[in-house]
Design a protein around this ligand. Structure first.
Ligand code: F6P
Length: 410
């Protein structure tokens, strides 16, 4: 007997993805689509984030289409379009969004995004009564999900955002790979990692063999810079192979000798529609100062879009399915303006719906790396952060060359 989808028959759920892509967005779309269509919804995909709800709209039908959730990025494509007025675009495009909502007869909208996309969705929910459910996404992992990491008898406020686990795995592998070239040349490689405001992703390099790192949460003042050079020198001299990979966040605030000020380094000062400039280049400055101060060869390597690219990894696959299960719960209860999140930091096998909850999308905002995870006096990530990462990555990937050769004495 054919299963009849009755519950939400005649209703339409639309999905959009906005902001920077991640390897887990297609997985999220597929998981939400599968569950929503089982509930009886017709499922639409809105192309290019909010942009797909402007003009005549750009909408596709996902209901019975094959979908590849392992493939990275987003098949619905993305944009940083803001429906609300911004400095870059002072005109409100909310009336266009509302018109398309009517035209396409959308009953519920699921927005896969970070603080910007979900913030705009929440505003639409509050001001226009549009039923929205936010779905978290960012490789930076700085979207406040209020997920608790229980470590050594303490409850630490952590974050668990789809996209981060895949990016973390890529950064671990990338760092471990860089180590072999750094070793071969006895160099220091200063590796720049995405993260405008938070060092969550930068810290994942410790699972690829890095020890020190710089994150946006702490300014590197003139005084701190001196201590940093000393710490780098020590670490370099004590490293087995005379080499270091030092991860630094793109948003690192570094003391500039010329201006006498602490500042970030911009790749472009042009702002997007949410008011963000583009960062980039701090690794080059730090590497050249390390070279001249310590007399050691140092080079910069920008990891850039690498952690954002590629397929969805295993942890993310389960995480997106689990959070999509919570979306079903929200749909059944007709609870809108909410975002599904993990209650606790758990290993892969415990990614189950009973470990999820939902939070008000208005209470999201940015969450920097907790003080429990980084020790500025040592410029190092702590054991608590290692434990957090163990849940996601299992074991570190930092093998050393296995053999030592006897020295020949002539
Ligand atoms: O999505 C956030 C992020 O990954 C930031 O870390 C980074 O600054 C930004 O995206 C860059 O995105 P794009 O170059 O695509 O605008």
């Amino acid at each position: 007997m054919k299963y009849e989808h009755k519950l939400f028959q005649g209703k339409t759920l639309a999905i959009l993805s906005g902001g920077g892509d991640t390897p887990a967005i297609n997985s999220s779309i597929e998981a939400i689509r599968n569950r929503a269509s089982l509930l009886g919804f017709k499922v639409y995909g809105i192309l290019q984030g909010w942009k797909g709800l402007l003009g005549d709209g750009d909408v596709v039908d996902l209901t019975h289409q094959p979908y590849d959730g392992y493939y990275g990025g987003t098949a619905l494509r993305s944009s940083r379009t803001n429906p609300f007025p911004s400095k870059k675009n002072p005109e409100s495009r909310v009336p266009q969004v509302l018109r398309n909502f009517e035209r396409y007869k959308i009953d519920v909208l699921v927005t896969i995004g970070g603080d910007d996309t979900n913030g705009a969705a929440k505003r639409l929910f509050e001001t226009e009564g549009i039923p929205v459910i936010g779905f978290p996404k960012t490789i930076d992992n700085d979207l406040r999900t209020r997920t608790i990491h229980h470590y050594n008898g303490k409850d630490i406020e952590a974050v668990m955002c789809p996209g981060f686990p895949s990016a973390a795995q890529s950064m671990m592998e990338f760092t471990a790979n860089l180590k072999t070239t750094a070793e071969s040349h006895s160099r220091i490689l200063v590796m720049e990692v995405m993260g405008r405001d938070a060092g969550w992703l930068t810290g994942t390099a410790i699972f690829g063999g890095a020890s020190l790192g710089l994150i946006p949460e702490f300014e590197i003042t003139k005084e701190r810079k001196e201590v940093f050079f000393e710490t780098v020198k020590e670490a370099y001299m004590h490293s087995k192979k005379r080499c270091l990979v030092i991860p630094v966040s793109e948003g690192t605030r570094w003391f500039d000798e010329k201006t006498g000020k602490v500042d970030v380094v911009y790749a472009s000062s042009e702002l997007d529609e949410y008011g963000h400039p583009r960062f980039g280049g701090v690794s080059g400055i730090i590497a050249s100062e390390i070279s001249s101060r310590l007399g050691v060869e140092a080079r910069a390597q920008i990891s850039g879009y690498y952690p954002r690219s590629g397929h969805c990894r295993h942890y993310d696959r389960r995480l997106t399915s689990t959070l999509a299960d919570k979306v079903v719960d929200l749909l059944l209860r007709e609870e809108y303006g909410q975002m599904p999140v993990m209650k606790r930091i758990v290993p892969n096998v415990e990614l189950e719906e009973f470990n999820t909850t939902s939070i008000d999308m208005g209470a999201v905002g940015n969450k920097p790396l907790s003080d429990d995870y980084y020790d500025i006096s040592k410029f190092a990530f702590t054991d608590a952060y290692r434990d957090f990462l163990t849940n996601i990555l299992g074991k570190p990937d930092c093998e050393d060359f296995r053999y030592d050769f006897p020295v020949v004495i002539p």
